[in-house]
Design a protein around this ligand. Structure first.
Ligand code: HPA
Length: 270
């Protein structure tokens, strides 16, 4: 794994002379964030050695390098999900690559289903914590100390400093945000009514199928991490409407300009 990561990093560094400080993983319907970037290079995943290739509709597969203000960023346009059949090592491989390209701060976004009754479709939630209910763990197996320690401290999965900076920025920008707990299930089914109730009962505010593996691996390598969710459907009622992936993308689109604006400002000012 170490060798594969370094091989991929060398390949990218030979192609482009660019060391990003921020990594951004763009979730469902948030792909247009790349419009905030003064793009210098785009590398399709298919051209990058050792990279998996994205398969989900609405996800484009490319690393996008460029500037936001005077900050250098790399954005993953399209992420890899466990439910697509990738191993957790594959899902999180790009995070390892970002780290050795120079990234020290990772921003992860996603679409999720809300179970907190203060939320509505289109609400924005900054992650303060998560619950990992994924059936596989990205750090299972022999640990490579060059990446990080065997037992990773998860008392601060999401940077408190970044959360407090982002919440005050959101207030200044007039963007309403919630702060809450994300619970990860593997999908690809959306939850049953009973499962949404369970999600709420165990103390989460929303549920999704991504983010947690990448954040675990980021913390393994001591990246400072920030997470943001768009609530695309609500699972807190006694009856839930059937939701589809298209509705998820549609709802994410509604919140997209605000999330884009907030992330942009966060990168510029943090
Ligand atoms: N559940 C899981 N993942 C999701 C949901 C949901 O309700 N909405 C968007 N991603």
């Amino acid at each position: 794994m170490w060798e594969q990561v370094q091989e991929t990093v060398s390949f990218i560094q030979n192609k482009i002379n660019f060391a990003p400080e921020y990594g951004v993983i763009l979730g469902s319907g948030l792909g247009s964030f790349t419009e905030e970037i003064e793009i210098e290079y785009t590398l399709p995943y298919a051209d990058i050695p050792n990279f998996p290739v994205s398969t989900v509709q609405g996800h484009k597969g490319a690393l996008v390098f460029g500037r936001i203000g005077d900050k250098k960023v790399v954005a993953m346009q399209g992420r890899f999900h466990f439910y697509e059949g990738y191993s957790m090592k594959e899902v999180t491989f790009p995070v390892r690559v970002m780290k050795y390209l120079g990234v020290s701060k990772l921003i992860v976004s996603n679409a999720c289903g809300g179970v907190n009754s203060d939320f509505q479709v289109g609400s924005i939630m900054i992650l303060k914590d998560h619950i990992n209910f994924m059936p596989e763990h990205p750090l299972r197996g022999k640990n490579d100390e060059r990446f990080g320690p065997r037992f990773v401290n998860m008392s601060e999965p999401y940077s408190r400093k970044m959360i407090s900076h982002a919440t005050s920025l959101a207030a200044d920008l007039g963007i309403k945000v919630h702060v809450g707990v994300y619970l990860a299930l593997q999908g690809p089914t959306f939850e049953t009514l009973a499962e949404y109730k369970m999600v709420k009962a165990v103390g989460a505010d929303c549920v999704g199928m991504s983010t947690v593996p990448e954040v675990i691996v980021a913390r393994h390598m001591d990246l400072e991490t920030f997470g943001i969710s768009v609530i695309t459907d609500m699972g807190d009622a006694d009856s839930i409407d059937t939701i589809s992936h298209d509705e998820v993308l549609e709802a994410a689109k509604g919140a997209e300009p605000k999330v884009r604006h907030l992330i942009r400002n966060l990168i510029e000012t943090y």
